[in-house]
Ligand binder design. Structure first.
Ligand code: IPM
Ligand code: MN
Length: 359
């Protein structure tokens, strides 16, 4: 078979392994339906593995991951491991080393899902955040002087390179064009205060914009973006922003689309290996109970299939997710679905095997 893909799987911690299993079911159903082959290679990385072995991300594993067609990640984060160790050593290291410079976060309210925005429905909440994923405050620049003294100084700098900013903005314009909805790209920044970093972002944005006359441009400060996401989410089509602001507004986005149970994301290197994950974290208190919603993981499988070029399979995965949300699940929150994690995965897989992309 010529279309066969190697998918590296990192189930990770907490509820990660449970939701990953359901994502794999969906991928296998899609592969069967569309006649491609998947070779899953599992890597036991995460908090448990770190506690047992002291290893976070060995170099030989990283090298193997470079050879995969895509990476499917469950969740990283362990209650016994100090915050920062796994996040920086595993998740951020993967993003940086594999140069996954785009964090793609669709914010889409599906029919049948409750949003806290009383007057808004699926027609109003349907946009995508393109978050820069390799620089900014996440670059790790800075340091602490005179730690634990009265004269302590902590500096954390935001790194913004012309190259890094431009490739992200270009990706966002291209994405907005191919998404072909409202064809409007909003730059989210803070040009009134961060007058160095967002000066670079703003100049680059309008320079690149001149090459995309079919795309309407817009600008909003990050605080105002939060306000509009709640008040008028229908104004947005695609938002492009830096790493830190993107981190914050995508959690807000996850809430207005119904919660972490359905929020998916992709860490994308358009010319390399990309990694897909539900954005909800490891939720240790729900682990092993079969009550977590696997739809966020399954929607990240949709993004993964799009990335490897299996567009039809991706469309069918989305249709199956929509169908389960509309017909079966009562509530997307953990423990309130009316089904176990694996029952939800089974229903999705069944819809993929038997359904078509029109819901
Ligand atoms: C996310 C997460 C990560 C981030 C954490 C776990 C390091 O919140 O993917 O949004 O801040 O990027
Ligand atoms: Mn986040």
């Amino acid at each position: 078979m010529d279309n066969s893909y190697t998918i590296a799987v990192i189930p990770g911690d907490g509820t990660g392994p449970e939701v990953v299993n359901e994502g794999i079911k969906a991928m296998e159903a899609a592969a069967q339906r569309f006649g491609f082959a998947l070779n899953f290679v599992r890597y036991p990385l995460g908090g448990e593995h770190y506690k047992k072995t002291g290893e976070i991300l060995p170099d030989n594993v990283l090298d193997e991951l470079r050879g995969a067609d895509a990476i499917f990640l469950g969740a990283i984060g362990h209650p016994d491991v100090k915050p920062g160790i796994l996040e920086k050593g595993l998740l951020l290291r993967l993003r940086f080393e594999l140069d996954q410079y785009i964090n793609l976060r669709p914010i889409k309210l599906y029919e049948g899902v409750a949003t806290p925005l009383r007057e808004k429905g699926p027609d109003d909440i349907d946009f995508v955040v393109i978050r820069e994923n390799s620089e900014g405050l996440y670059a790790g620049a800075g340091g602490i002087l005179k730690r634990n003294t009265a004269d302590e100084v902590a500096v954390q700098e935001s790194i913004n390179t012309r190259k890094g900013v431009e490739r992200c903005i270009r990706f966002a314009f291209d994405y907005c064009r191919s998404r072909n909805k409202r064809k409007k790209l909003t730059l989210c920044g803070k040009t009134n205060v961060l007058t160095y970093a967002f000066d670079l972002w703003e100049r680059t944005f309008y320079e690149v914009a001149s090459q995309y006359p079919d795309i309407e441009t817009d600008y909003a400060h990050v605080d105002a973006t939060c306000m509009w996401m709640v008040k008028n989410p229908e104004w947005f089509d695609v938002i492009v922003t830096d790493n830190m602001f993107g981190d914050i507004i995508t959690d807000l986005g996850a809430m207005i689309q119904g919660g972490m149970g359905i929020a998916a994301g992709g860490n994308i290197n358009p010319g390399g290996v990309s990694m897909f994950e539900p954005i909800g974290g490891s939720a240790p208190r729900y682990a092993g109970k079969q009550i977590i919603n696997p739809l966020a993981a399954i929607s990240s499988v949709q993004l993964l299939l799009e990335d490897i070029g299996e567009q039809k399979a991706a469309a069918l995965v989305e249709a199956a997710v929509k169908k389960v949300l509309k017909n079966d699940i009562k509530d997307v929150s953990a423990g309130k679905m009316g089904y176990t994690t694996s029952q939800v995965g089974d229903m999705v897989a069944e819809y993929i095997k038997t359904g078509n992309s029109g819901v």
